[in-house]
Design a protein around this ligand. Sequence first.
Ligand code: HEM
Length: 198
Amino acid sequence: MRIETRTIVVGSALVAAGLGLAFTAAGGGYTKEGLMAGARITARWSFLWFMAAWTASALAGLWPGGWRTVLLRRRRAVGIAFAADHFVHLGFVLAWASHEQINLVKIGLLDGWICYLLIGAMAVTSHNAAQRWMGMARWRWLQRIGGWLALYVFFHLYSGRLADQPATAGPAVALIVAAVALRAAAWLKSRRSQAQAA
Ligand code: HEM
């Protein structure tokens, strides 16, 4: 049975919103702490989807078959779900900023805002017509730059929290390092098989 892309994306975003609301309520409701807890859990949820999308090709390249091939086949849906979840994160961030009367343009990191622009562009061009319209080379560059920038922002945020939040930041940083190692191993494997075929 093939699950519709829309079902995966909407389902993941609804879980993100539900988690965000539950953690906001548990953290004190519509307060600074509550809304920050909502922002944190939605970032964590979207991080898992991002990691799945970003490593799908490497996992299937290194160990073809099984769930890795299914993940690769559904990578587009997983990537759009990450984008939808990350816009739910933005919703909690905006609620927190409005509660605290914070000017987001001033406190938001430039790389964070550029990342949002690219995540939005990647999500709206995640279909065959956009690939034809942009050309495959340009489309691949957008995916590549957007993916690496999101990875960088996650790494930057989590590595900065290693001292304060080792229980969550530690596994997140380890996952990022493992993902980069996986992609490097998959790239080497494909280079080796190309060289053998030539
Ligand atoms: C510039 C736009 C953004 C703003 C204003 C923003 C704001 C926030 C806020 C207020 C929190 C929760 C408070 C805290 O724990 O310090 C948070 C957490 C977080 N955000 Fe964002 N964010 C932005 C963009 C992004 C982007 C683009 C990413 C990743 C690609 C991201 C990933 C995270 C992560 C990983 C956390 C921490 C989650 C955890 O503690 O496990 N954010 N962000």
